[in-house]
Ligand binder design. Sequence first.
Ligand code: C2E
Ligand code: CA
Ligand code: CA
Length: 473
Amino acid sequence: MSLLPGILIANVAMALLAAVLMWRACRQDEDLRHARRRSDDLATRDPLTGLPNRGAFQARVANALSAGDGGVAILVMDVEEFKLVNDTHGHDAGDDLIRAMTDRISSCLGTEDVLTRLGGAEFAALVVGAPEVEDVTAKAREIDRAMTSPFGLGASFVQMNIDIGAAIAEGSGPEPVELLRRADVAMYVAKRAETAGCEVYSPGMDESLQLRRTISAELDAALSDNKLKLVYQPLVCARTGKVMSAEALMRWPGKEGLAGSPGVFIPIAEETGLITKLGEWALDQAVLEIKRQKTIPIAVNVSPLQFRVEGFADSVEAAVRRHGVDPRLLKIEITEGVLISHTEQAQLTMGRLREMGVQVLLDDFGTGYSSLSYLQKFEFDGLKIDRAFIHALEDGKNGQRLLQSIIALGHSLNMEVIAEGVETESQAAMLQLLRCDLLQGYALGRPDHADRLHVAVQERQQRLNAQRRAESA
Ligand code: C2E
Ligand code: CA
Ligand code: CA
């Protein structure tokens, strides 16, 4: 009798032990599975956004293509100037913004669609069930709308622009990598386009992109081999005819065809980012020229991209110090494109430059948005009226009235007003009557080598002196 309960207890204990061991083994299994899942997740997910990473994304694209249902497209989306948010607001704010952007893009996608982050603020989306160009562009428009409304970042707001390129699969082809590449090419075309929106890949785009990349590489080599140069065009006082300053313009001697003109190669350099290096070189050369001739101020064109780089004002200060020149002899020409986004950074840079004594001119006035609010927010030293308005002088009274108003507007804001592209003596005379301060254009002097500018300044002065002597005799 006494043996039975003992055996029973031992059996129950054994069963309990076995159960505990089994439970522990199961737990270990479960933990292992969990750990494996987590490491799989880490290997296939972007830690910042939780989105599938590039590899996982490509696998999903491959699946969609092999299903062969058609209607597969990829969108590549790049957020313009995201780096500036990181630079101005810090990396944590940049990370928050990326997560907020992820949410907004995701909200525009369907349940079967897949989003990934390719790096920085560049995203790609696999869109299924969108067989036609119209479907793809409609989706892109929706994303564009969602992205352009302001994002809150702490106490401030930022507005971001997005460039979207799309590639549509034909049946089950091409390979995912190639489809992604095509969407990327289309995105670069979208970046270049003046109007916002989505570009859909076509084979012709490859050729144009290749050509632009080649030009950029050649330009880079020309810069390294010291083959670029600056020419100088005089700016003349409308009243006295005296040369008051000069504008430095870049030239690429030896480069034949259209690509050799700054109107073509500067935008290409802007696209590929080479402009920062090119712009630093131009600034250095112009400051060197100021040091050499020490008589008139020289204006340098600065591209929006270069102006917005953090530390631009520092690099100007460094160049001025390096060559030991008076900063008041340096002018910087910017277009209003600089001011449209990232206003705070632009304001800071402008403030620093003007504090140093460097003058800042608003170039090509009248061609862009010409929002008067920029003139209120930013204090410019001068306003350069685009040549289209000067040529419109010949179109009768309206052209004249418009110019008169722009000149009065500039003067009321204490700006020096400069007319660009003055090609005839009669335009020059008319602009003098309209009280324009400075004239620039072929009628007053073409862009030329620095030495010849110097000679032209002296010759012009001698001519004016002789004229004055004759008048007073
Ligand atoms: P911009 O700053 O508006 O420069 C004035 C342009 O008008 C120059 O063209 C000049 O040669 C041209 N021009 C001057 N007078 C006349 C005239 O009477 N009639 C006509 N039709 N044109 C005249 P360019 O040298 O071909 O430069 C084109 C543009 O390239 C410049 O326009 C500027 O935006 C850009 N650029 C030139 N050099 C630089 C540079 O060093 N850096 C940057 N970022 N941009 C530059
Ligand atoms: Ca200019
Ligand atoms: Ca201009």
